[in-house]
Design a protein. Structure first.
Length: 346
């Protein structure tokens, strides 16, 4: 394990916000994680787990010990008649991992291409895009409980996956309460890539690609290419324009609530859900409230996609949070819906 003092975090968060970690610990192995846990427990130190930094907003220097997970490694564990079981270290770059699985001839993650962040962060957020969520391909993961030092393994049911949610985003309500936020440090994640492979094409923008190209039965690499192309037209490259991708979750409402909104705004973008509720497009709600291109200091709403907040250069975390709260207020006043941010504010 590598311990550093007063480490700049600007390159460690995709918003590119200037901040420092008073102490940063680079965790490269399971043994590093065990050693860090013992130190935290012995000294009663606070901590903050940092993966790819693509889902955080830093509002100042971080006094708690920053645990930067850099555990590498990727391998095929099993090749059965039903699936490829593939494992990756929590510190692996997510998009690079997706690209690698396709190059090995193991399709199944192509709809999740170009999502920023690390493999270890993917189950925390239950990342999803273009008709697929991580839980659809999840097998299990290994983690360490930072409060006890115990290693444990969770399957999909135990992770309590929901829309952009998991057990890792909730704090325990008691000794036996559910919730692993602030406790679990993910070490490795395993994925179940089913055989035979079947494309996931039910998303509107993929259907448009089929219509445009005339390719009715795309292979996995074609879907990967389409997804990358679509994301690049909608989302700015964090290396060029700091951002955390989609800033707000798409809200869900009852059919009655949706009918009420449609009566006032017939063009509202909405999608029926399997449970009978309706998912609304948060980007559309923000856009019709007039926020596209608006700024607060150096934080702004991206001109090409209102769901994305960006750092135009020198934005502070406070400016990003102020802009986000103003958007929430505007959408709530017009539609009665309180948008929920995806990134964690630190």
């Amino acid at each position: 394990m590598i311990v550093e003092q007063n480490v700049p975090l600007q390159t460690c968060n995709s918003f590119g916000i200037v901040a420092k970690a008073h102490t940063l610990v680079r965790i490269c192995t399971q043994d590093d994680a065990l050693a860090v846990q013992k130190e935290l427990q012995a000294q009663g130190l606070g901590h903050c787990v940092l993966g790819g930094g693509s889902n955080i907003v830093l509002t100042g220097d971080v006094k708690a010990r920053v645990l930067k997970v850099e555990i590498k490694g990727r391998q095929l564990l099993q090749d059965t008649a039903k699936a490829w079981i593939v494992e990756a270290g929590a510190g692996e770059n997510w998009h690079d991992f997706v690209t690698w699985t396709l190059a090995q001839g193991w399709p199944g993650l192509e709809n999740l291409a170009l999502i920023p962040g690390s493999v270890g962060a993917s189950p925390v957020q239950n990342i999803g895009a273009y008709g697929l969520e991580l839980q659809d391909r999840f097998e299990s993961l290994d983690a360490i409980d930072l409060s006890t030092g115990k290693l444990f393994t969770l399957n999909a049911a135990q992770c309590a996956f929901a829309y952009r949610d998991s057990i890792f985003k909730h704090r325990s309500s008691g000794e036996n309460g559910l919730g692993l936020a602030g406790r679990a440090l993910i070490l490795r994640v395993r994925f179940n890539l089913p055989k035979p492979w079947r494309p996931v094409l039910g998303y509107l923008e993929l259907e448009r690609k089929i219509a445009e190209t005339g390719i009715a039965q795309p292979h996995a690499q074609q879907i990967y290419d389409w997804v990358c192309a679509i994301r690049r037209t909608k989302l700015p490259d964090p290396a060029v324009l700091g951002n955390a991708g989609s800033f707000f979750k798409n809200p869900t409402v009852t059919p009655e609530q949706c009918a009420d909104i449609i009566a006032r705004d017939p063009n509202v973008v909405h999608y029926p859900m399997p449970d009978g509720n309706i998912k609304l497009a948060a980007g559309w709600l923000i856009d019709v409230c007039g926020w596209r291109g608006k700024t607060v200091g150096n934080a702004a709403v991206y001109e090409k996609q209102a769901l994305v907040l960006v750092n135009r250069g020198g934005a502070t975390g406070g400016e990003v949070v102020t802009l986000a709260k103003a958007i929430q207020t505007s959408v709530y006043e017009r539609f009665g819906i309180l948008l929920e941010p995806e990134p964690v504010v630190i």
